[in-house]
Design a protein. Structure first.
Length: 307
């Protein structure tokens, strides 16, 4: 049976089986139900996300389908382990276990901001920008929703632009966003929405997206198609829109999994020790406009433990 016919057959089977069911995980290799369901699936190819969103646009109309992409390890990834998502979570977990470990970086968020400034990012797959463009060309609303905070906006837009990705032509209104940060209802930290990119400072992605939709004033979409490398973020979106009348088709993107698993903590620690003096010099010469490292490389409260 030709591949496209097999996919169509499986699509019909899954649609029938899931028609009266609650949210069910869909196997990695299986195509998703066409419509009318919440589901969590997985893929290592953004083209599958794009194809499904375009099919939904044919059913509901492009104006009723919202596509939401994560950035780190979904659209773009750091050129090296240092400063990556996996580096950040390694540091976070290490600081929780042993805050005065010699491997703990003082103020990991400030350090990550400096690394975003100094380093570059690559697309997770060669056609990542082309997949975003396919959706935009078809008239769908497409945005990025990232756990990065507003302090990282300049570095984030630089790397998106350098990799050929722009969200403002397909953004939720206003297309160019808001000049100032704002704190969503119930949120702890300020967020920023500009040019179709929502920087949410690590807060509940479902609640953040729901607030942004309300703030934009647009009609609720029939379907949200979301791609993110972290299942928890996708579940947060499904949770936020449960019983809202908006279906969430959540795609766990796995292309970077091998790179995440291969992250070398010792190598990253050595790279940080090597690069920090240069970053300090840049800040001393040009000022803290782009990043602001703490004065001491030793985590606060650990000074007395260092010889």
């Amino acid at each position: 049976m030709p591949t496209h016919r097999l996919k169509l057959f499986l699509l019909i089977v899954f649609t029938v089986l899931l028609h009266s069911c609650a949210v069910q995980p869909v196997p990695v290799s299986a195509p998703a139900p066409a419509a009318g369901q919440n589901f969590l699936a997985a893929t290592d190819d953004l083209a599958m996300v794009t194809d499904e969103a375009l099919q939904l646009a044919d059913r509901y109309g492009p104006e009723r389908v919202l596509v939401v992409f994560d950035i780190d390890n979904t659209l773009l990834a750091m050129e090296q382990g240092l400063g990556s998502d996996q580096w950040y979570y390694w540091q976070k977990n290490l600081a929780a276990e042993d805050p005065c470990s010699g491997l703990v970086v003082s103020d990991r968020l400030a350090a990550q901001g400096a690394l975003y400034y100094a380093s570059a990012m690559r697309p997770t797959q060669p056609d990542a920008a082309a997949q975003v463009a396919r959706l935009q060309d078809a008239g769908l609303t497409v945005i990025a929703l990232t756990s990065r905070g507003p302090d990282f906006s300049l570095q984030t837009f630089r790397e998106l632009r350098r990799n050929g990705i722009s969200f403002w032509p397909s953004a939720l209104p206003p297309a160019r966003g808001y000049a100032e940060t704002f704190t969503p209802d119930g949120a702890t930290y300020a967020t920023l929405y500009q040019d179709g990119v929502f920087l949410t400072a690590g807060q509940h992605k479902g609640n953040m997206l729901k607030f942004l939709l309300d703030k934009s004033g647009v009609a609720a979409p029939a379907v949200i198609v979301a791609a993110d490398d972290k299942p928890d973020n996708l579940r947060a979106m499904m949770e936020a829109f449960e019983d809202s009348g908006t279906f969430v088709h959540a795609w766990r993107y796995s292309r970077e999994d091998d790179n995440v698993a291969a992250f070398n903590t010792r190598e990253a620690a050595a790279q940080w020790d090597a690069i920090r003096p240069a970053l300090v010099t840049i800040e001393e010469v040009f000022g803290p406009d782009n990043f602001d490292l703490p004065a001491s490389p030793i985590p606060e409260g650990c000074e007395s433990l260092v010889p």
